[in-house]
Design a protein around this ligand. Structure first.
Ligand SMILES: Nc1ncnc2c1ncn2[C@@H]1O[C@H](COP(=O)(O)OP(=O)(O)OP(=O)(O)O)[C@@H](O)[C@H]1O
Ligand SMILES: [Mg+2]
Length: 304
């Protein structure tokens, strides 16, 4: 099966910055793929090249085997893009915006399809108002509707849920899953790591224009995540930690009341017994599960 999206050694040099320094990625058909990275990492640049809005300095990009530089129209027809910035004319209504969009793709006006997409994005009751009357979150939904109306096989969502409320964000996630169930490939960028963890089959982390990690979220968590247990003591311990605790990797903070212990599945009872044997009482205890956020901060050196 051909890749949904493939880039080979993609580079982009702007006069003052190398936005991409050789990014090779293969995204399979039917995947939900998340692109993560700090501000300025190169995510939007990568998407812009793949979607034919920016030219690469070198390297290749293909969408379902269509080279975006050599067969831009064929590539463009397969994809839908939800850009990071709002880009529709505020004087048109959502319905008109979608009609024009079909027109750009050489498709006849299809009111049934337009109604379906407006309904799916909870915009049915705003179909005929001026787009400038829409709230920020509604504008973002209209952008998504615009990217989907021509039934693209690969959809790029550049921060689709920035500024979208929690309920709607969850609705959008559900909709992304529905799209995928229908065979659409989804590539998204997000700064909400919970979103990537929840939705993505695979996650790529880009930093300074380079791919620094690519894996399934569970594999990233297993290889970079930490599970640890944190104890708060009712009084500071004034001496060094007992040898047994030190050997388990337990550390104590400057206040002498916070103990942190890296957790391997087997040794929790030993840790508990040793901490309980300390002269100070335990007043709080919690375990910290590894999160993609933690992994991301580790990989990018905490700059995000
Ligand atoms: N049109 C442009 N001209 C010059 N430099 C640009 C241009 N577009 C982007 N850049 C630079 O390229 C680098 C990558 O930017 P890009 O927009 O791809 O980052 P990003 O990963 O999408 O960041 P964010 O999370 O903030 O959206 C940045 O240093 C940015 O300043
Ligand atoms: Mg961006």
């Amino acid at each position: 099966m051909p890749a949904a999206v493939e880039t080979e050694e993609l580079t982009k040099r702007y006069p003052k910055v190398e936005a991409l320094r050789g990014v090779s990625l293969r995204i399979e058909q039917g995947e939900i793929f998340a692109l993560l990275g700090p501000n300025g990492a190169g995510k939007t640049t990568w998407i812009s090249i793949v979607c034919g809005l920016t030219r690469a300095s070198s390297g290749h990009a293909r969408v379902l085997e269509h080279d975006v530089a050599r067969a831009p129209l064929d590539a463009r027809r397969q994809l839908g893009l939800v850009p990071q910035e709002i880009n529709f004319d505020p004087f048109f209504t959502p319905r008109e915006v979608l009609r024009f969009q079909l027109g750009y793709y050489g498709l006849p006006p299809d009111e049934a399809r337009i109604d379906e997409v407006l309904f799916a994005l909870t915009l049915a009751d705003k179909a005929d108002v001026n787009a400038r009357e829409l709230s920020g979150g509604m504008k973002r939904r209209l952008l998504i509707a615009k990217a989907l109306v021509h039934r693209p096989r690969v959809v790029f969502l550049d921060e689709p849920t920035a500024g979208v409320d929690v309920t709607l964000r969850r609705e959008l996630w559900a909709y992304v899953r529905t799209l995928r169930a229908g065979g659409t490939t989804i590539v998204l960028t997000t700064h909400y790591l919970e979103e990537a963890e929840e939705l993505a089959d695979r996650v790529a982390v880009i930093d300074h224009g380079r791919l620094i990690s690519l894996d399934r979220p569970s594999a990233l968590l297993a290889s970079h995540g930490r599970r640890q247990v944190l104890f708060t003591l009712g009084a500071p311990i004034d001496r060094a930690l007992p040898e047994k605790l030190a050997a388990l990797g337990v550390t104590v903070d400057a206040s002498g009341t916070q103990l942190t212990c890296p957790l391997r599945a087997s040794d929790l009872s030993t840790v508990l017994a040793e901490v309980a044997a300390l002269p100070a009482p335990i007043v709080d205890m919690r375990t910290e599960q590894p999160s993609l956020e933690q992994v991301f901060l580790t990989l990018t050196g905490g700059r995000a």
